[in-house]
Design a protein around this ligand. Structure first.
Ligand SMILES: [Zn+2]
Length: 182
């Protein structure tokens, strides 16, 4: 697992400019959870009825363990390269937190993580099942032009709801450090 994580991190670093982790000692823990446990961890207050339609494949908890913990659904088959998109997504969050970069809200972090994930899928010719509309809600699509031509540097105002402000890394109004791929 460490070799896979380090390889994915190296790729993410090349795409984003984030300083990446280069040794196994710096890596987050990776835990596999069954689907019900994933749902309850990410949405601890929600009822089982509301959660059942949701499939949560990955999450990152920056506060769990020495270097944070990535949770992966036990349903993911890591022998299938396509499943690594979940790791790519969560590893972006790992680097976001470690960078100390200030994000305006959790949605802005998600926008970047999804953009990097989609670039990774496209680079491998893997199918992209993510829905743009669901990720970037219509009212939040307000992008600034950037000097970079990279499609994976979404430093924009997209995806921040008015009630979802964020002071800086480590302080969120959503479940801290957790994210969902659905
Ligand atoms: Zn996420």
């Amino acid at each position: 697992m460490s070799a896979l994580l380090l390889a994915l991190l190296a790729w993410i670093g090349g795409q984003t400019g984030y300083a990446v982790l280069t040794t196994a000692e710096e890596l987050p823990a990776v835990e596999r959870l069954d689907p019900a446990a994933m749902r309850h961890m990410v949405y601890p207050q929600a009822s089982e009825e509301r959660l059942l339609p949701r499939t949560i494949l990955g999450a990152y908890d920056v506060h769990k363990g020495v270097n944070g913990t990535i949770y992966l659904s036990a349903d993911l088959d890591l022998a299938d390269e396509a499943s690594h998109e979940v790791l790519v997504h969560e590893l972006v969050h790992v680097l976001q937190y470690r960078s100390g970069k200030a994000f305006r809200c959790v949605g802005q972090m998600e926008a970047e993580a999804y953009a990097v994930t989609r670039a990774w899928l496209a680079g491998r010719g893997l199918p992209d099942h993510h829905d743009d509309i669901a990720i970037f809600s219509p009212r939040s699509v307000r992008t600034r032009s950037r000097p970079t031509s990279s499609a994976t540097s979404p430093q924009t105002d997209m995806a921040c709801r008015p009630d979802e402000k964020r002071d800086g890394v480590g302080h969120t109004s959503a479940p801290p450090g957790r994210c969902v791929i659905e």
